[in-house]
Design a protein around this ligand. Structure first.
Ligand code: FES
Ligand SMILES: [Fe+2]
Length: 331
């Protein structure tokens, strides 16, 4: 594949907002450096247009929604769900509206309570939850929390597959700093994802052990991560799936929506579980926001890797080399 044949990062679905944020709308968001305006249509689809009025460049997201259209805040031009201008208030009612009076329209879908947008014809589906969450009626859960980090989506999602940072960034929470070696683990790479299966990752006091089970880390390209924790020793394995969908806003800013699903009723406090998770993610935020450059460098050779601990991120970086990252490579 030549460089010019590579799929573009604009050819993937990315989450851009929650439906709740976009309703009643309009709201402005940034995807791949591009300002977008979101608002609900009359049939409750969430419309995604470029956040710029073709008249004088005002942001449509500062306007208001009326009858499934967005009304520009400057001179009141009204754009429908296809981006077509259907009213110019300064003209007489029967005046012709020029065909060029359109806002650029982008494809959008609603999935998991999130609005997904794609700026070009998608080459991959909207990422799904792992198969058992989708198919097993025992699973319960949903949206957990949302973050906005000052780093790239690549750095953020790569951190979630990085087992070597646990003893240093999360000492006595996820790992023991006295035992930093990454033990052998299984890595399976396909064109769509990296799947890592490792032991259960959590710190326990010396002399104690975790119950039996394993952990799977699945990175679906480009920016989705699933952590699947399996505790065995029950009639039915206890499975917890924590998922993160990342929006690559710019090369140095990322929004992420976290979900949790499980197939059992926990005998521990879910509030305490969330508090620990937030503590862990705050530790991750501080270190990933400090990394330079904010974007993952364009070539694998631009940073140094060690084979076993960095195997998942190497697979991701090989995949990234086959993608035209556009504005993400040069913010
Ligand atoms: S700038 Fe939008 S109507 Fe004039
Ligand atoms: Fe971490």
């Amino acid at each position: 594949m030549t460089v010019d044949d590579r799929p573009r990062i604009t050819q993937f679905w990315h989450p851009v907002a929650s439906v709740a944020e976009a309703t009643p709308g309009p709201i402005g968001v940034t995807l791949l450096g591009r300002r977008l305006a979101l608002f609900p249509s009359v049939d409750d689809h969430i419309v995604v247009l470029d956040d710029v009025c073709v008249h004088r460049g005002a942001p449509l997201s500062l306007g208001f929604v009326a009858d499934g259209c967005v009304v520009c805040p400057y001179h009141g031009w009204r754009y429908d769900a296809d981006g077509k201008c259907v009213a110019i208030p300064a003209l007489p009612p029967d005046a012709h509206i020029p065909a060029a009076a359109r806002a650029t329209h982008h494809r959008s879908e609603v999935r998991y309570g999130l609005v997904w947008g794609a700026l070009d014809e998608p080459v991959a589906p909207i990422p799904a939850f792992p198969g058992d969450v989708e198919c097993d009626a025992r699973f319960r859960g949903g949206h957990w929390t949302t973050f906005e980090w000052n780093t790239s989506a690549g750095r953020a999602v790569e951190n979630e597959m990085d087992l070597a940072h646990f003893p240093f960034v999360h000492p006595f929470l996820l790992a023991d700093p006295q035992r930093p070696e990454v033990l052998d683990y299984n890595v399976d790479v396909s064109p769509e994802r990296v799947l890592v299966r490792a032991g259960r990752a959590r710190y326990v006091e010396p002399g104690q052990t975790l119950g039996p089970g394993y952990t799977e880390y699945m990175h679906v390209f480009p920016y989705t991560h699933h952590l699947r924790i399996v505790e065995t020793g029950f009639d039915v394995d206890h499975v917890t799936v924590i998922s993160a969908f990342h929006c690559p806003s710019t090369a140095s800013s990322t929004r992420m929506w976290w979900f949790i699903h499980r197939n059992f009723v926990p005998d521990y406090s879910e509030d305490e579980e969330l508090a620990m998770f937030l503590k862990v993610l705050e530790q991750d935020r501080i270190i990933t926001e400090s990394v330079r450059p904010e974007a993952i460098p364009p070539s694998i050779r631009d940073e140094l890797h060690v084979r076993l601990p960095d195997a998942p991120s190497l697979a991701f970086r090989r995949w990234l080399e086959g993608i035209d990252l556009g504005c993400l490579a040069t913010d």
